[in-house]
Ligand binder design. Structure first.
Ligand code: GAP
Length: 451
């Protein structure tokens, strides 16, 4: 993990947030290559789940949202972490993380604060920072970020930064139904920021205060569609996206079924797709059958009817929902971890070419020969019309390869003196370091086919 975070900083994937002011815990900024990778992942997600399907439409809802949304959804009352403080060194951490890290194999999902206290006491769990056993009682802290709107103080001006994108789909369910041609079963998708006031153990962008989610609420009539079949279909789609679209090694992925205690009371089944991060198998993507809980809560909360009408018989239906919910930043971290390679002292990222920040880098063999630079620039201009490429004439060719390997550029194209004679360039492959001569007239289609 240290190697990955060092590379991410060194090469401009991720920087610590507010760094020159000493940093702001659990916030990160994406650098020039990081943002390209992040966007490629987001675009692929949108293309796969929205554009390539006839039964899913997208929306983008406001980040600042009415407090009643979060009351109805249950977040203001129940969306909380159980935290504990060390009286000696002032370390604050999540009680579930403290117990699970100290007592291997112990699952504490769904336990009360009193039960947390009891386990910590009975096992004399020490502070991972100072080694003392001087804990406060476990207390619950709500994860929602409140925002005060306008200049009027008091309850009227309270709103929340959204804690998940999902609620945007529920509160717009009727809008989408009334303004488009969708009919059950169909999904509403959204890709965007969510905010949670989390205490985290600091595994880079795995868990942050501000993160991006890709969520789909797939609505269906439970009397017509078999939820168990839909659930299995969604599992296949998620698996396909991770393995085929993102190119992740299947060995590093697994499903984990939530136990009865762990599952939310309204969910009939929840499974997590987990990835084997350098710090262990952890949740990447949740899949939950949430029944009609959310829509019925918003019907009660808003007093508005949120039902779909079956045009064949006029029957009103309160749809049920299956929800695949993923953290885009976790997909990003997974792609970095899964593609990181060290071979004979060489470091490279074996990222799927379609995700790589730059598809090709173009070099003149020497940086001080105008005829080579001119030809290399011509080639660069041809390539960049179709995909993101980069031109580099700094330093020697070895250093340029080193840099491109570490940011996962699949092809390096070098223009040498022979190129001026035979109109061919050397294409070097990132993973194998093999080199081949390709004619300039075929270069674009050559790279296009591989990307
Ligand atoms: N609507 C359901 C929902 O939000 P969740 O399990 O709380 O479910 C879904 O979040 C996904 O969002 C997680 O599987 C994870 O990938 C990502 N996620 C949640 N909290 C996060 C955080 N603090 N930082 C980064 N990603 C997070």
């Amino acid at each position: 993990m240290q190697k990955i975070t060092a590379l991410a900083k060194r090469r401009g994937f991720i920087y610590p947030g507010s760094e020159i002011y000493g940093g702001l815990a659990n916030t990160y900024d994406y650098g020039p290559v990081g943002i390209e990778l992040l966007r490629n992942i987001k675009n692929l997600w949108w293309e796969f789940f929205v554009h390539r399907r006839d039964d899913i439409v997208g929306i983008e809802s406001s980040l600042i949202s009415h407090q009643e949304i979060w009351k109805a959804s249950g977040h203001t009352a129940g969306f909380a972490d159980a935290l504990i403080d060390c009286r000696n060194c002032k370390l604050r951490m999540r009680a579930d993380h403290l117990i699970e890290d100290s007592l291997e194999g112990k699952n504490v999902e769904g336990l009360s604060t009193e039960e947390f206290d009891q386990i910590i006491q009975e096992n004399s769990i020490t502070c991972p920072n100072c080694g003392k056993v001087e804990w406060t009682k476990v207390r619950k802290f709500n994860l929602l970020f409140p925002v005060n709107l306008g200049i009027v103080e008091g309850d009227q001006s309270l709103a929340y930064l959204r804690g998940e994108t999902a609620q945007g789909m529920f509160v717009n369910f009727k809008n989408v139904l009334d303004s488009t041609r969708v009919k059950l079963p169909f999904g509403i998708a959204q890709l965007g920021k969510s905010f949670r006031n989390e205490i985290t153990p600091g595994n880079s962008v795995f868990r942050t205060l501000e993160f991006e989610q890709g969520e789909i609420e797939f609505f269906f009539d439970p009397e017509v569609s078999d939820w168990e079949r839909l659930f299995e279909d969604w599992k296949k789609e998620m698996w396909k996206f991770a393995t085929i679209e993102l190119g992740i090694d299947e060995k590093n992925l697994r499903w984990r079924v939530h136990s009865d205690e762990e599952r939310s009371f309204y969910s009939k089944r929840t499974e997590d797709l987990e990835y084997n991060f350098p710090f262990g198998f952890k949740e990447l993507w949740g899949l939950a059958y949430r029944t009609d809980y959310d829509l019925s809560q918003h019907e009660k909360g808003s007093g508005k009817e949120l039902r779909s009408v079956d045009s064949s018989n006029g029957k009103k239906i309160l749809p049920h929902v299956i929800e695949p919910a993923v953290g885009i930043n976790r997909l990003f971290l997974m792609v970095l971890a899964d593609s990181y390679r060290e071979e004979d002292g060489r470091v490279y990222l074996s990222i799927d070419p379609k995700l790589a920040p730059y598809k090709a880098a173009v070099f003149p063999l020497l940086g001080n020969k105008p005829e080579l630079i001119g030809k290399a620039r011509e080639i660069y201009e041809i390539l960049r019309k179709e995909f993101l490429a980069v031109f580099d004439d700094r330093g020697n060719i070895g250093k340029r390869y080193l840099y491109q390997d570490e940011i996962g550029t699949p092809f390096c194209v070098t223009v040498d003196f022979e190129s001026l004679e035979d109109e061919k360039v050397t294409v070097r492959h990132r993973d194998t370091m093999e080199q081949e001569r390709v004619s300039i007239s075929e270069l674009l289609s050559y790279i296009r086919n591989k990307v």
